[in-house]
Design a protein around this ligand. Structure first.
Ligand code: DDH
Length: 295
């Protein structure tokens, strides 16, 4: 058992093992901060928090066992400066006061817990979670280029997510996260949201991919698609690859028709993503689930 110093208010000082109730307190603090800071962008830090958790996890390489959410090495250069991580400082800074409030939690557990909180507070499925990540120094930073490049095609998606150990179905399920948030010209160079409700998780990403007519946006930025009806939504070349590839498309059709199937498969795949490369002492049965603020 790892004994950690408690920093939570009201608890007597000393060495304790955090309980699920302690982690629920961290969840509640993140959720409360999400609701308090609704001045950010579309009204929520949720999407950028989810992206932080995904980019912390998505560096995993199954062959060498390197990368993944253990370590929170994105705190440091060079990983903080990798092009794919542009803008994620917003998420890290958002979480800093929570880390001060609960100094016993590692950054790496906190970032992933915050990703879980973001999904659940944006009305997504429950994401079971367990602690066990330890922070590491900058010598554990992963090399640039492990996260996906949006200008590429289905071969690239399979290469990147295959390296993490995911199958085709899981790749499509994870991509449904693009119902949330938006692209920023000063971060990725791309511009705009994927859906009309970028702070609520639904299967709209799949429905829009199939139901809207998409064409190249005429602009000076990187090649991206826009919907030809409203010109207000976008798709990346990698998003469109999911309906160009016949195997991927089968799963897009399934999730477009069935939000419950999407939620179940999204939750399962995200649990796996968030645990890649973490040397847990605990068992899978020891995962906990958090109540949303509303519950
Ligand atoms: Fe993503 N993503 N993502 N993405 N992503 C961007 C934004 C967000 C790719 C590229 C981009 C996942 C997969 C892929 C989120 C979650 C997830 C942006 C825009 C680009 C570019 C960044 C910016 O300008 O701020 C590519 C390529 C892939 C791929 O699969 C090939 C996955 C798997 C997830 C996940 O969470 C499981 C979220 C959320 C955002 C919105 C961020 C924000 O600030 O808003």
């Amino acid at each position: 058992e790892v004994h950690l110093k408690s920093g939570s208010a009201g608890q007597s000082a000393g060495l304790i093992t955090p309980t699920p109730a302690d982690y629920q307190k961290v969840y509640d603090a993140v959720a409360k901060a999400l609701w308090e800071h609704d001045e950010y962008e579309d009204g929520s830090y949720g999407p950028v928090l989810l992206r932080l958790a995904w980019h912390a996890s998505g560096t995993y390489d199954a062959e060498t066992g390197t990368g993944g959410s253990n370590g929170a090495t994105m705190r440091f250069s060079p990983e903080a400066d990798h092009g794919a991580n542009a803008g994620l400082k917003n998420a890290r800074d958002f979480l800093e006061p929570i880390k001060q409030q609960f100094p016993w939690i590692s950054y790496s557990d906190l970032w992933i817990l915050a990703g879980v909180c973001a999904v659940q507070e944006m009305q997504g499925p429950t994401i079971p979670w367990r602690p066990g990540r330890q922070d590491r120094d900058l010598s554990f930073c992963t090399p640039d280029g492990r996260l996906p490049d949006a200008s590429k095609d289905q071969n690239h998606i399979r290469a990147i997510f295959g390296r993490m150990g995911f199958n085709d179905q899981e790749m499509v399920a994870l991509s449904g996260a693009h119902a949330l948030g938006r692209c920023h010209t000063d971060r990725s160079g791309y511009d705009g949201p994927w859906t009309f409700s970028p702070t609520v998780l639904t299967n709209d990403y799949y429905r829009l991919l199939l139901e809207e007519k998409w064409g190249w946006r005429k602009w000076n930025g990187p090649k991206q698609y826009e919907d030809l009806k409203t010109h207000s939504l976008m798709m990346l070349p990698t998003d469109m690859a999911l309906i160009k590839d016949p195997i991927f498309k089968k799963y897009v059709e399934k999730y477009a028709k069935d939000n419950d199937a999407f939620f179940k498969d999204f939750s399962d795949a995200v649990v796996r993503l968030f645990e890649l490369g973490v040397p847990f002492q605990s068992k899978a049965e020891d995962r906990m689930t958090f109540k949303t603020l509303e519950q």
